[in-house]
Design a protein around this ligand. Structure first.
Ligand code: AG3
Length: 592
């Protein structure tokens, strides 16, 4: 939309959201839309809001209400610190508003601002001088024109506060919303330091704050969301996401802020230490609990003598959907009509997929949901349906962004059986997988459980983080990986075509394509979360393949930076649960 003529009047309408907009009457165009080389810049004058800076169609500030944003993003971290800040880094913030507020702190020795777009600095200084105020005359202030993501890498342990005053993650700021950038921010902080980033409107950009939260949670010692509302940023509650270096910082933030605010003797118009330290605890709690999904993997000991045929497995699939309260999407995919050993059935469900295959007398089933999974129902139901004696189960948190040790603790391996009366699953003692280093798993000495004669098949599960948006959002690219790239890298034989139907995930947070490539004696099923830049992959195979090649190929293809992987023995039944846990590996793979 942008500028629109309405009769004799000129109006501006924001373009951030495709289906909802807001606008105001423009009294004068101060700087007509200019391509700066990084973005489109425009400065407008309005009667109600004063002058307005617009970048790529999005309002960045208005003279009338800029104080709300600039005060919150600058004073919240500066006052929350355990001791007064000496050095502050601003990434972005070319209009100077953040620097102006930061420089009011009396103990500060330096404020460095790294802005990529010199035209933002120059034009704001010329046409909205009140925003930057006296910063350019302040000897503590230093301006670097450059890429914040690069500059920051050279500055380890230097800053007490880092403020990322960027545009939204479209255009030049895209590289500031990912794990590797947050890692360099963390590294550039001094012990006890705080970094804060603008992370969008909570309701209208529902994945921006949770997405940054997930990435920051992995790197920082503690994460908080700060909320405010202003006039310029459409959509009501707006978020700043802050991370600390050191576990204690935020716990004492409220107390610190009250004390520090008094001592600094600064008068603010909007920021207040009274409401600064614990903003919206319920929203915070929701973020902490929210996970991408979970999975129950079952090796079901069939009682025989007849093995389940396709009809019975289809019935299992239908009824499992009911048991786990998931709508089926489309018809199940089946690798061969005869449905012999190793043949696979995959049923997409509203948030992901369930699948089944059999090796010998073991039915191998997986139920993956991007929502709470009623594990007991899934297991109890499957046991009853196949008239089975018992099952070995792996309950895995998927896409949890946590540290591999934490994920290991949340991975549960147990045996389940049916209680005679109620059909409920009874669990044995719970075991954890073996934590390994990727070097050990990738070494020639590592043997797959099937090569140890322990199982008839195995499963490689990968959660890969910080992937490239353009690759994981393209059905074509993900299908190509599944159909050609992965099969080739792993030396597996594809059956049929890789299907990447767009079935519109019921939960928006998990939005993205899903792909299934059936394989000889196995399958490769993957889901892509475009909002969390993450992919989850399950490859079951009756044939061994080189793990290092398969994992590294996949990470390279999607430009993923970090992966948590599991190796599960599949097609087992009567082994001791402790041995099974011992042969289940979990490991992290980091890309240098
Ligand atoms: N930078 C943050 C602008 C965010 C706008 N996004 C939005 N409305 N969704 C502003 C620069 C001010 N110094």
């Amino acid at each position: 939309m942008g500028l629109v003529k309405k009769g004799h009047q000129l109006w501006f309408f924001e373009e951030l959201y495709p289906d909802v907009t807001y606008g105001f009457k423009v009294s004068k165009v101060i700087v007509p839309e200019t391509q700066t080389g990084f973005q489109r810049l425009m400065i407008l004058e309005t009667d109600r809001l004063g002058r307005v800076l617009v970048l790529d169609g999005i309002v960045q500030l208005t003279e009338e209400d800029e104080g709300i944003y600039h005060e919150w993003i600058a004073h919240w971290p500066l006052f929350a610190l355990l001791k007064p800040a000496k050095h502050v880094l601003i990434v972005g913030g070319g209009d100077g508003g953040v620097a102006r507020e930061a420089l009011r702190h009396p103990y500060l020795k330096s404020v460095t601002m790294v802005e990529i777009d010199k035209m933002v600095v120059d034009l704001c200084r010329e046409h909205m001088p009140a925003i930057s105020g006296d910063i350019f005359g302040d000897p503590r202030f230093k301006l670097i024109i450059g890429d914040g993501a690069e500059v920051i890498r050279a500055d380890k342990g230097k800053y007490d506060v880092i403020i990322i005053d960027s545009t939204d993650p479209i255009g030049p700021a895209k590289s500031l919303f990912n794990t590797s950038f947050y890692q360099s921010v963390y590294d550039a902080l001094a012990e006890g330091g705080i970094a804060i980033h603008q992370t969008g409107a909570l309701i209208l950009q529902p994945y921006e704050c949770p997405g940054s939260w997930r990435q920051m949670e992995r790197i920082f010692d503690d994460v908080r969301v700060v909320q405010f509302t202003n006039v310029s940023y459409m959509g009501g509650p707006f978020s700043l996401t802050a991370g600390s270096k050191g576990k204690k910082v935020f716990k004492q933030a409220e107390r610190n802020a009250k004390k520090a605010y008094k001592e600094a003797g600064i008068k603010t118009d909007w920021y207040s230490p009274q409401i600064a330290a614990l903003p919206y605890p319920e929203f915070q709690k929701r973020l902490e609990l929210d996970r991408y999904g979970e999975e129950i993997v079952m090796d079901i000991e069939l009682a025989g003598p007849r093995m389940p045929g396709l009809k019975q497995v289809k019935k299992w699939s239908r009824e499992t959907c009911e048991a786990i309260k998931m709508k089926a999407f489309g018809a199940p995919m089946v690798s061969a009509p005869g449905f012999g050993e190793g043949d696979t059935l995959v049923q997409y469900i509203e948030t992901s997929a369930i699948n089944y295959r059999r090796y010998g007398k073991t039915a191998c089933a997986n139920c993956f949901t991007c929502a709470a999974l009623p594990v007991d129902d899934a297991v109890g139901f499957s046991l009853a349906d196949f008239g089975a004696r018992g099952a070995v189960c792996w309950h895995l948190p998927r896409g949890s962004f946590a540290d591999v040790k934490h994920i290991r603790r949340n991975t549960k391996i147990f045996k389940a059986g049916l209680s005679p009366s109620k059909g409920m699953a009874i669990k044995s003692k719970i075991y954890r997988p073996r934590l390994m280093g990727s070097a050990d798993v990738f070494s020639p000495d590592f043997k797959l459980p099937m090569d140890q004669g322990f199982s008839s098949a195995f499963e490689l599960i990968m959660d890969i983080y910080d992937c490239d948006y353009s690759m994981i959002s393209s059905c074509e690219a993900v299908s190509r990986w599944a159909a050609e790239g992965f099969s080739k890298a792993a030396g597996l034989t594809p059956i049929g075509r890789a299907e990447a139907p767009d079935f519109g995930h019921a939960k928006k947070k998990t939005a993205g394509p899903s792909v299934t490539q059936l394989l000889a004696k196995g399958s490769n099923i993957s889901h892509y979360s475009v909002n969390w830049l993450m992919i989850v992959v399950n490859v079951v195979s009756g044939k061994g393949f080189p793990l290092r090649k398969a994992i590294e190929y996949t990470m390279d293809y999607f430009q993923g930076k970090y992966a948590v992987c599991w190796i599960l023995p599949r097609g087992i039944s009567s082994q001791n649960i402790k041995d099974i846990a011992d042969r289940t590996a979990i490991f992290a793979v980091e890309k240098k």
